[in-house]
Design a protein around this ligand. Sequence first.
Ligand SMILES: N[C@@H](CCC(=O)N[C@@H](CS)C(=O)NCC(=O)O)C(=O)O
Length: 205
Amino acid sequence: MTDLMLYHASPSRSSVTLWMLEELGQPYDLKLLSLEKGENRQPDYLAINPMGKVPALRHKETIITEVAAICTYLADEFPQAGLNVPIGTPQRGVYLKWLFFGPGCLEPAAIDRAAPRKEEPRRAMLGYGDYDTTMNVIAQAVAKGPWLMGEQFTAADVVIGANLRWGMTFKLFPERPEFTAYAARIATRPAAQRADAKDKALASR
Ligand SMILES: N[C@@H](CCC(=O)N[C@@H](CS)C(=O)NCC(=O)O)C(=O)O
């Protein structure tokens, strides 16, 4: 057994952390859960993540949940992978902004598109503002490339990139040229390819 154990359902949001682990290049173990069978709602798993959600990551004695927190944690804990922007680097703030933008803005925009609210919510009330602004901000962020932080691929690309790919697959995000070009760059990454292949194999079990 390794120091890292990912509690994973295939495919799901935990696929983002599977990709992150492949980018990291550290050995890890997988504990596969079936959401259909409700294994995420059993007491043994609720003791790991009381939210009953995947992913959860165990690193030695520490349990981390929430996709973006796991990606941030892994990048900082294994800096030799070059996936973080370390504390003390001026650009660290921008890097953290994108890590939080994923669950804070991009994902809520997708969910509102998938399940529209009955009443039009007031922009000021919504933490993410509005769909069109969110799309424009992300399009501008990925337009120059190759990555959000420029030449360096980081954990923020895993969080934002996975969200964009997923959102485009389910037609929740438009296929803007900036998005498709960014997704195409991601698709060439060996770690992303390995994660996709692993997930496909696990899902067909
Ligand atoms: N905010 C969580 C969301 C995780 C999440 O919603 N996971 C889904 C799978 S995509 C899940 O576990 N659903 C099972 C359930 O809620 O019963 C994160 O970022 O990790």
